[in-house]
Write a protein that binds this ligand. Sequence first.
Ligand code: SF4
Ligand code: SF4
Length: 381
Amino acid sequence: MGMTNLNTQDLTARIKAEAKRIGFDLVGVTGPAPPSHLDVYHQWLAKGRYGSMSYLADERALKRRSDPLQILPECESILTVAVNYLPEDEQHAKDTPRVAAYARGDDYHDVLIERLERLTEFIATQMGESVPHRMYTDTGPLLERELAQRSGLGWIGKNTCLINPSHGSYFLLAELLLGVQLEPDAPFEEDRCGTCTRCIDACPTSCILPDRTLDARLCISYLTIEHKDSVPLELREKIGNWLFGCDICQQVCPWNRFSMPTKDPTFQTRSLLKPPDIEDLLNLAPGTWPKHLHGSPLLRPRRRGLVRNAAIVAGNQRIQAAVPRLIELLLHDQESLLRGHAAWALGQIGGTSALMALREAKETETDPIVLAEIEAAFIFL
Ligand code: SF4
Ligand code: SF4
């Protein structure tokens, strides 16, 4: 069927219905106007709050983020979609090693892009020809949430998440830029956070800023996923039992009382992450990935990051059973980052064998940074 048979309203309604059928929970439309919060974003960048995510400050990326027409000159509409990722077994277990809810199933990038591709094919069928388009998911900390807000999907909360008044904030967002005129939705203008400050009060590292941005350098989500190097000593204890990501500022949000878990198999917790086994993770050998982690977002920080995180959790939770493996890392791992974090964890856990291993490492270690970690570890013992 060609475009001649469809007016903008019908076409928009059909595309939205198909998007829901494909598995998107929320769908909205906005125009290609540049984002209005760009100044806040630029200030955030200027203050270096992006940590080592330098791709966010990349000039080409900045230009593209400042104007959708830089990405797709033919862009007439932006379809914003949101997928609920809350796994069915989400329980607020306090004691076991934790993985952020969005990361317990499959890598969402592939899943969302694949669904958007299917939607693009549907649009081409409706139009009788393929249409200019570009698709994105998770491209930046601000733009996509603003686009979602502008499409009526919700407001940007103080915790920086997009919050939908009926469904809460456990959503992944994606955008489809289209060279097709669609009917825009009214923006979501209200700020329903009101006087609430629960997320700000609960954040272990106090990284939620008043202008609805985060100081990523302090955020556990950033530290355990994006940050590649040593976790500053003063932040390690604050990471608690978060092995990968952090959901605290969403868990405490009253709007998430309305969140319903998804039935989508993509996002259900893999059985081997129920809960994650810290000893197994500490045992990860270089260059190998256990089968149960294939296609999981947990691969993003690579072995180096994941084993580092596991050492921090082992230290914070005083996991005695992890001591032999931490000693192995301290004395023999090729990565100085891991030797250093193993030293810290052994210092936290304590005990005779930890002490002996640290003494041995003090004699054999040559890296000054690891030696400093070993010295610091003795303080706890
Ligand atoms: S994800 Fe965790 S550390 Fe980051 S802002 Fe939220 S509560 Fe704070
Ligand atoms: S916890 Fe309160 S302040 Fe924070 S995002 Fe939710 S409603 Fe807004």
